[in-house]
Design a protein around this ligand. Sequence first.
Ligand code: AMP
Ligand code: ZN
Length: 161
Amino acid sequence: MGTAALTHCIFCDIIKGAAEVSVCYEDTESIAFMDIQPVNAGHVLVVPRQHVESFLDLPKRLGTHLFDVAMQLAPAIRKVSGAEGMNVIVSSGAAAGQDVYHFHIHLIPRRQGDGFDVRLPFAESDMPDRTILDMMAARIIGALRDPTRSQGTPREAAAVP
Ligand code: AMP
Ligand code: ZN
């Protein structure tokens, strides 16, 4: 059972028309609106109408559509915000800092010295030996080949060649 059945979802309220929102794009599958607590002016969230909790639950076709919408919006946001750069962020799961459990893509216009920090490489990480990186790559390749791995929703998986 997903958290939709257990907890209140503010983004579902917005989609139902039951909460205040400032919409900048919508279509049959998605909606994009202004983040209520923007990092900078023009911070937009791209959200599926369907309640999907996180990136790992997202049906492949819907994910493709949402990233397409994000790519349409990004130049318009850059233009109106006068941004010098942009962060495109998805936080998936509590450990990754997700606060609202209805999938969303952040489009965050950025300026030098605005104080927001998602800096990579992570200063507290070492650079591992190449053999460690190769081993992890090989494990991921193995997992991709595993016929039991999940590929989106069962309905979608059946449609993927
Ligand atoms: P995340 O940590 O990726 O789950 O971020 C959730 C984002 O949703 C935050 O940037 C919040 O400011 C934003 N947010 C929460 N409630 C609302 C709301 N009612 N309308 C617009 N944005 C919201
Ligand atoms: Zn929801």
